[in-house]
Design a protein around this ligand. Structure first.
Ligand code: 5MM
Length: 341
């Protein structure tokens, strides 16, 4: 199969309506932080057990088109010896892989960050593909302050995303392009909108410069939200309207799907905001879906606590969270569907 057909087939599977993508690609420091919160050591075996728990949850193919894995998980097996990417495939879920190598300070742009990992990327992609991955993900991170991101930061990060995406497409891997405007800070919703607009403008200019085929990529942005420490919280309808306004100004209709990250919102907030997006904008040019990590996994970790006797309940809680999040893809979620606290 030629590269274009591969990309086309994968995009078709990743964009089935009413479903989304699970991000289970936490790097070692991040998963260690998540496990520490439930008093669990981040050993290779505990990570294998946890990611097996997620992927072997009965019925999740009804809600998930894809799963983003961390490199280590590509080589791990479920208890019955089945490689975890195969477990995903058998459930009808396309396995993907996070390929960035994390952030460093960007020289010349105080307090801005830039993501590493382009060196040897084509070779790594070919290897990941042999192990079953059919799409990839790379995240750039934008700190918001009165001075950040700087113009240099916006340009440098866009360039990285575009080079990564072009390399993926050349290898027949669908790129998920993730520019994350961080929720941390006291900034207003309007400031987030302004930053998000300039970030997305730069990203799509760079994608165009690098000849990335927009039809064969997915965008994974943050929603437009006030900073976590801003005194005023935003209603889901306001979040949806501001988010769509920014996306309409910046994202070409050729992009098939926008799969939001949750970015530190609670599970209920991330679900209500996605629901408002779909309820208010059912005719949007893109599928509006999810690629959540924390908003899907937080209740699972709390139910599991690293104990074998809790696996069944943890899987039930994962299934329930996916049911609600997938309902939000159809605008059919209501807050009273949330389980009692
Ligand atoms: C922003 O992070 C991505 C989405 O997760 P949330 O829905 O929790 O915001 C996620 O895919 C992220 O890339 C992973 O959690 C890994 O992050 P690190 O920093 O470990 O690469």
């Amino acid at each position: 199969m030629d590269v274009q057909n591969q990309l086309q087939g994968t995009v078709a599977e990743l964009t089935l309506k009413g479903k989304g993508i699970l991000a289970a690609d936490e790097s070692q420091p991040t998963i260690a932080k998540r496990f520490k919160a439930i008093g669990l050591e981040s050993s290779e075996e505990n990570r294998r057990i946890y990611r097996s728990l997620l992927l072997t949850t009965p019925g999740i193919g009804e809600f998930l088109n894809g799963v983003i894995l961390f490199e280590e998980t590509l080589g791990q097996k479920a208890d019955d010896g089945t490689p975890l990417p195969v477990v995903a495939q058998r459930a009808g879920i396309v396995p993907g892989i996070k390929v960035d190598k994390g952030t460093v300070a960007l020289p010349g742009a105080p307090d801005d960050l830039v993501t590493q990992g382009l060196d040897g990327l084509a070779g790594r992609l070919a290897d990941y593909k042999k192990k079953g991955a059919r799409f990839a993900k790379w995240r750039e991170v934008y700190v918001v302050s009165d001075h950040n991101p700087t113009a240099l930061g916006v340009e440098a990060n866009a360039e990285m995303l575009a080079r990564y995406a072009a390399t993926c497409q050349e290898q027949g891997m669908v790129p998920i392009v993730e520019p994350e405007v961080l929720l941390d800070g006291t900034h207003s919703l309007q400031r987030c909108a302004e930053v998000s607009e300039s970030v997305l403008h730069a990203v799509f200019h760079a994608l165009h410069r690098h000849h990335v085929m927009l039809e064969y990529m997915l965008l994974k942005p943050s929603m437009v939200l006030p900073g976590k420490d801003h005194p005023r919280k935003a209603h889901p309808e306001e979040v949806a309207r501001e988010t769509i306004k920014v996306l309409k100004r910046t994202v070409p209709a050729a992009v098939p799907s926008i799969n939001f990250l949750s970015g530190g919102q609670t599970s209920a907030q991330a679900t209500a905001n996605l629901n408002a997006l779909n309820a208010l904008f059912p005719q949007s040019p893109w599928t509006l879906s999810f690629s959540y990590a924390r908003a899907l996994q937080q209740p699972v970790l709390e139910a599991w606590h690293g104990r074998p006797e809790n696996v069944v309940n943890a899987q039930k809680s994962f299934h329930q969270r996916l049911t609600l999040t997938a309902a939000a893809c159809r605008g059919a979620y209501r807050p009273n569907m949330e389980p009692a606290a």
